[in-house]
Design a binder for this molecule. Structure first.
Ligand code: AVJ
Length: 391
């Protein structure tokens, strides 16, 4: 019996496919092939003598295709100072007269799982609408890359999360390298391993980092033919001014950045549909919002009690954005090392803005950022758009 999970293409390059490493399911510890090899299946493809050898072997230095993807954590390493600045950033936001916490702090491991659950809700249309667009238009999208002279892209997946969207696109875009990037480091690690099992020969470099402040990627990431993949309307978490600055950085060849950008954007629609998507009947989004307080407690050492807060979601028409808030249900105070804050009952912490665009407003923003070739695809209801933008 072969361990389906353990079979990997053992030889990459010439002769690929002629030798397989076989891991016994009971002995095979995934991702540590050198400890786990119990047999080597050698299949000779001589036209007359096709035979299979199964010999128990110890293979200490055999060069294998990577059993697990490369992973570079630029986020929680103390050396980068990011853990320290997170606490500072949180304390600053909570100290403001109008308190706020950046939505990037939704995504601890539980938050990433809760977001996955949100994407399955009836009311949360963006994920499935966007998936429908990719499904319908992956042909023209691949063609757009080819027209821009991009053959084997380096697909850089910003806010990759569970990597599900990219996994569906990889067979169509045939990237040379896949670079999932996410602030939710441990969640990303597991997701990147799953992509590696699905595509054993693909060069994967997982990067744990907060890219909201900058897009400087580690040297392991291919320089040529970089395609940023930024789906799910995550760009909508930036204000339009911040989004413009972020897009400019991507478009700027001097910063060694994108040859192109594949961008998913949620479009303006009626208020009821928008608000339901952020305030679902099961209360999953409410839990997602309140989980942020647990994450903040861990990062800042604060003593938020999630039970004292209520989830609010409303569409701000003049700003064209969904706003999520946490509202104090009574007068209360929150303490953390070096600070404290009183909240009156009814007072809010602004936890997320999710800007909604029109095809025209997003095309304008992309042009102002320096992208010249712009195409887009939408769903039949015009609820969501996927843009291709090349410099
Ligand atoms: C991941 C930022 C695209 O704004 O729709 C979902 C996050 N917040 N429900 C969005 C989110 C509440 C989501 N983005």
């Amino acid at each position: 019996m072969l361990a389906t999970e353990g079979i990997r293409d053992a030889v990459s390059g010439p002769g690929a496919g002629h030798a397989w490493l076989w891991f016994h399911p009971l002995c095979a510890k995934r991702n540590s092939p050198t400890n786990a090899v119990t047999g080597l299946l050698l299949k000779c493809l001589h036209p007359f003598e096709t035979f299979i050898l199964n010999l128990p072997l110890n293979l200490p230095g055999l060069a294998l295709a990577p059993a697990s993807p490369q992973f570079i954590n630029r986020y929680s390493e103390p050396a980068t100072g990011q853990a320290i600045s997170a606490a500072q950033e949180l304390a600053d936001g909570l100290g403001d007269a109008a308190a706020s916490v950046s939505p990037k702090y939704f995504y601890d491991a539980l938050g990433s799982r809760l977001f996955e659950a949100i994407t399955e809700l009836d009311e949360y249309y963006p994920t499935r609408t966007e998936a429908g667009i990719f499904e319908a238009a992956h042909g023209p999208m691949a063609q757009a890359l080819a027209d821009a002279g991009i053959r084997r892209p380096c697909l850089i997946d910003l806010g990759a999360g569970n990597c599900a969207k990219a996994s569906r696109l990889i067979p169509h875009l045939q990237p040379q390298q896949y670079v999932p990037v996410d602030i939710s480091v441990d969640f990303l690690r597991g997701a990147a391993e799953q992509v590696q099992s699905a595509f054993p020969a693909l060069d994967i470099v997982g990067v744990g980092m907060d890219f909201s402040a900058g897009l400087i990627l580690p040297p392991e990431v291919q320089q040529r033919d970089r395609v940023f993949f930024y789906p799910g309307s995550s760009l909508g978490n930036f204000s339009p001014e911040q989004a413009l600055a972020f897009l400019r950085r991507m478009a700027d060849p001097a910063q060694g950045q994108a040859s192109g950008l594949l961008l998913g954007i949620d479009l303006v629609k009626d208020k009821a549909t928008l608000e339901a998507a952020y305030d679902d009947a099961l209360g999953v989004t409410a839990v997602f919002n309140k989980n942020l307080l647990r994450h903040v407690n861990r990062l800042l050492g604060s003593d938020f009690d999630a039970r004292q807060w209520r989830h609010l979601a409303l569409f701000n028409e003049s700003e064209s954005r969904i706003e999520m808030h946490l509202q104090a249900q009574k007068n209360l105070s929150v303490r953390w090392p070096g600070g404290e804050r009183m909240f009156r009952g009814g007072e809010r912490i602004h936890t997320e803005s999710s800007y909604k665009y029109t095809v025209a407003s997003m095309s304008g923003l992309l042009r102002r950022a320096g992208f010249t070739q712009i195409s887009y695809w939408t769903d039949p209801k015009d609820w969501f758009a996927v843009f291709w933008a090349a410099v």
